[in-house]
Design a protein around this ligand. Structure first.
Ligand code: ZN
Length: 279
């Protein structure tokens, strides 16, 4: 077999590449111990988290553009035809004042913000959920759901059933996986979330919407019990601080309606990412 130096180098290179890819997959799956072996592997894992986070952020942009208009506004719902590049706004947004180079439409500032936010949360999850690829993927799924709920509630003051129902089904299925709150625990979390927020909604007389109550139940499925209590307490505290800030800066009256889902989502993310130590 003829084999000159060039093809030998190529063979060696592809061998190194294959090994690196294998090791990267192993490092994501095998956890911190393996990643500690060489510095490069950490960077590959980080790169994967950033790229997957960015793509997930684009999916969130698509959902935030389309889903609120489903069944309401055909014109907006038909905007599904845009290519992926329309939703990956980071490379061009700052240089074109938000005007899409592909279709000339003005994209909301939310688009690059959600991309950056998702990359940050996905990277954080990769750092915080070591050694378990399954758990990392589940956490990523929950994270993009919660971040998309956050932006849609800010923009439309709505938490969409079309997102809540699939999320509830997914969380129930995920509860069968090792490492997640197990089915009974997830259901207990959902019951507690639903109960507490139903009570708060009745006391608050309209301060909380039905969407917030349903979201609290879905968060309970994701975090289980007692994680759900931590998530809701953080959410309520953040919402309280935000309400106070709005009142002080007089951007809202005592009676004005506030989006609550963003704070619940942040509370849930804090628990899912183990930001309070332990999961
Ligand atoms: Zn476009």
């Amino acid at each position: 077999m003829h084999c000159d130096a060039g093809s030998e180098a190529m063979l060696a290179e592809s061998g190194v590449l294959a090994y690196t890819a294998f090791a990267a997959a192993g490092s994501v799956a095998g956890g911190r111990e393996m990643m500690m072996l060489t510095g490069e592997l950490t960077w590959i894992g980080l790169a994967i988290a950033v790229i997957v986070g960015w793509l997930a952020g684009a999916a969130g942009n698509w959902a935030a553009d389309i889903l609120p208009h489903l069944g309401v506004d055909r014109g907006q719902a038909d905007r599904r035809g845009f290519p992926l590049w329309h939703y990956l706004t980071l490379p061009w947004y700052p240089f074109r004042k938000g005007v899409c180079p592909h279709c000339g439409e003005l994209c909301p500032r939310r688009a690059p913000s959600l991309e950056v936010g998702t990359i940050a949360v996905f990277t954080l999850a990769w750092l915080r959920v070591p050694g378990d690829l399954t758990l990392l993927l589940v956490t990523w799924c929950y994270a993009i759901f919660l971040l998309t709920v956050l932006v849609i509630d800010l923009e439309h003051r709505r938490v969409l059933n079309v997102m809540l129902i699939p999320a509830a089904v997914a969380a129930l299925l995920f509860s069968l996986l090792p490492g997640t709150p197990q089915p009974l625990n997830a259901l207990l979390g959902a019951a507690v979330g639903l109960g507490v927020f139903l009570l708060l909604a009745l006391i608050g007389r309209g301060a909380l919407g039905a969407g917030d109550v349903k979201l609290a139940a879905v968060i309970g499925l994701m975090t289980g019990y007692p994680g759900v209590l931590t998530a809701l307490v953080i959410g309520i505290a953040l919402g309280g601080v935000a309400a106070l800030a709005l009142l002080i800066t007089r951007r809202a009256g005592r009676k004005s309606f506030m989006a609550y889902a963003p704070y619940l989502s942040l509370g849930a993310l804090a628990v899912l990412l183990g930001l309070l130590g332990g999961r």
